[in-house]
Write a protein that binds this ligand. Structure first.
Ligand code: CA
Length: 221
């Protein structure tokens, strides 16, 4: 899943980016409100972490602006302020959640998982047929057998499982699994789909990953 961090304090931004990447998220960073706005308009993020005090365009104004434009991406406000009035203002501006700096990274991860929660599934686990993906332990099992995956394979499988039963195009995949540096001219997505097929479906009579000719891929029971 792909996350945008809008944070002008470079140290905090790189700390958050590194931590999220270690968890398998694709992460872009914007260092001021205007850059954040531009990236939000250009890309389809799954979650936005938004600092309140930002140069050029503050977090509250940015939040109101994108909600006015009907962009419904979940937003977590990050701020040094902890006053109740500020939290209320942030939530009223359209933020989904609120985290006061400094925060424990585990808490940030837990709140992101809640916002990404797929309907009908717990926030920490995804299940399709006999395939289970555990977001806490980063383990994948099929029919009870653990399948080792690389971080990118895990991220791709997570995206396919969150969208189980619907067609995902290559464009959707690179927008949600890779970050802004992704080279769209390569066939890396097909390569990774093949890696996943070999690990998830090989040796099983029932295949879960399907090619939808001319459109993309679908994971389904
Ligand atoms: Ca700031």
């Amino acid at each position: 899943m792909r996350i945008l961090v809008v944070e002008d304090e470079k140290k905090i931004a790189s700390f958050i980016k590194r931590g999220l990447k270690e968890e398998g998220y694709a992460v872009d960073v914007a260092y001021d409100g205007e850059e954040g706005y531009r990236l939000i308009c250009e890309n389809d993020y799954d979650v936005i972490l938004l600092d309140l005090m930002l140069p050029k365009l503050d977090g509250l104004t940015l939040c109101r602006q994108i909600r006015q434009e009907k962009i419904q991406t979940p937003i977590i406000m990050l701020t040094a302020k902890s006053a109740v009035a500020d939290k209320v203002t942030g939530l009223d501006a359209g933020a989904n959640d609120y985290l006061t700096k400094p925060f424990a990274f585990e808490e940030l991860l837990a709140r992101i998982r809640v916002l990404l929660r797929t309907a009908g599934q717990p926030a920490t686990k995804l299940q399709v047929a006999d395939l289970t993906l555990d977001l806490l332990t980063h383990t994948v099992t099929r029919a009870g057998t653990e399948i080792p995956l690389s971080a990118k394979e895990f991220a791709l499988l997570e995206y396919l499982m969150r969208n189980a039963g619907t067609v995902v195009t290559r464009t959707m995949i690179y927008e949600h699994v890779w970050d802004i540096d992704f080279d769209t001219s390569t066939n890396v997505i097909d390569v990774y789909i093949n890696y996943l097929r070999n690990k998830i479906d090989a040796g099983h009579e029932k295949k879960l990953i399907h090619t939808v000719r001319g459109r993309g891929y679908m994971l389904k029971d």
